[in-house]
Design a protein around this ligand. Structure first.
Ligand code: UFG
Length: 331
């Protein structure tokens, strides 16, 4: 592969898996991460790590120039939905304003391709499930809005400058590198499969089930859980598409097009561990939709990408294996 990819947030959960996928595909990689939520040890040694904020224009431009960066994959950002409600300006600063600066540095440095971590939170509470890309975008929290605003900036910038982009709208990312090289390591996780893995390895004594009266088969929330390694592979394919068709930009859902309920996820964890995690049935969290499942026809037709790790028990197994590794590391 010709050129170098700058990966922001490459020391974080999804970014570190994208770094592995890019390196495995033969790309040169330079990571920019401020290590606020990421870890330097999560960055594969084959990649270069620059510890900086993405809105540090001098450092970013120097990094792009010195390394011959031709493409950016932009994972850095704040991702906790309830925090975005209590501290919206943090989200508009870290996700929207900092992205504006990064995009400007990319344009000024002659970067040709930009891949952006967007989210299904841009849809808010979807009118129809599976949800397709052209469904109404009505985020119900500042997190979703901060990402949608960045999508708008990219659209306008790609129309004005010689750069194209792909925004991938992630559904529920879970699991860990099947080879055990990375996983979800940030403390204080709120995501279901991570929490269930913590419970299964003894870090917590129970899992709360938030809401049992949703309009779903068993009353608990349904989500489209996508393995982080499949998601990372989609980014590598998306980059190939941007290179092959420099006049086009794309926005695509990244999901499998099928959903599992909270109880189905916990049952899968029990099957994998051969034990039973305690469930605590509780009230709904604010703003949780009944079901959020991707219409993934667009990504399947635009990219050669195909799910390889879409078995729920497999996702759980990989998440558990990483959780055990973390427990050893933390002694
Ligand atoms: N849940 C529980 N107990 C928990 C944690 C979660 O029952 O301890 C439930 C939730 O209520 C929901 C499902 O499990 O029904 C999944 O919840 P997560 O917190 O794992 O994920 P979300 O679906 O809330 O969040 C995801 C992404 C966000 C994105 C959001 C859009 O992680 O980045 O979808 O709705 F903004």
């Amino acid at each position: 592969r010709d050129g170098c990819v700058l990966v922001t947030g490459g020391a974080g959960y999804i970014g570190s898996h994208a770094v592995l996928a890019l390196l495995d595909a033969g790309w040169k990689v330079v990571v920019v991460d401020n290590l606020v939520t990421g870890f330097d040890w999560a960055v594969d040694k084959r990649a270069k790590l620059v510890v900086a904020n993405i809105d540090d224009e001098a450092t970013i431009r120097a990094t792009m120039g010195d390394n011959g960066v031709t493409a950016v994959m932009h994972f850095a950002g704040s991702v906790v939905v309830p925090e975005s409600v209590s501290d919206p300006l943090k989200y508009y600063r870290n996700n929207t304003v900092a992205s504006r600066s990064l995009i400007e540095s990319a344009v000024a440095s002659g970067v040709k391709h930009f891949i952006f971590s967007s989210t299904a939170a841009t849809y808010g509470i979807p009118e129809q499930v599976p949800v397709s890309e052209d469904s109404p975008k009505v985020p119900i929290n500042p997190y979703g809005m901060s990402k949608l605003m960045t999508e708008f900036m990219l659209r306008d910038v790609a129309a004005a400058h010689p750069i194209n982009y792909c925004a991938l709208r992630y559904f529920n990312v879970a699991g860990a590198d099947p080879q055990g090289r990375s996983g979800q390591s940030t403390a204080g996780a709120t995501h279901l499969i991570k929490i269930a893995a913590e419970a299964a390895t003894g870090k917590r004594d129970a899992v709360s089930v938030f809401g049992t009266d949703f309009a779903t088969e068993d009353g608990t929330g349904v989500r489209d859980y996508i393995h982080v390694t499949d998601l990372a592979a989609a980014h590598v394919d998306a980059l190939d598409l941007l290179i092959a068709r420099p006049e086009e930009s794309h926005t695509m859902n990244a999901g499998y097009g099928r959903g599992f309920s909270v109880l189905q996820v916990l049952d899968a964890v029990d099957r994998v561990t051969n034990r039973k995690i305690e469930r605590r049935l509780e009230g709904r969290r604010a703003g949780d939709p009944d079901a959020l499942v991707a219409d993934n026809s667009k990504i399947l037709s635009a990219l050669p990408w195909r799910p390889k790790h879409d078995d729920l028990e497999g996702i759980v197994k990989d998440a558990l294996a990483w959780e055990r590794k973390l427990a050893e590391r933390e002694g």
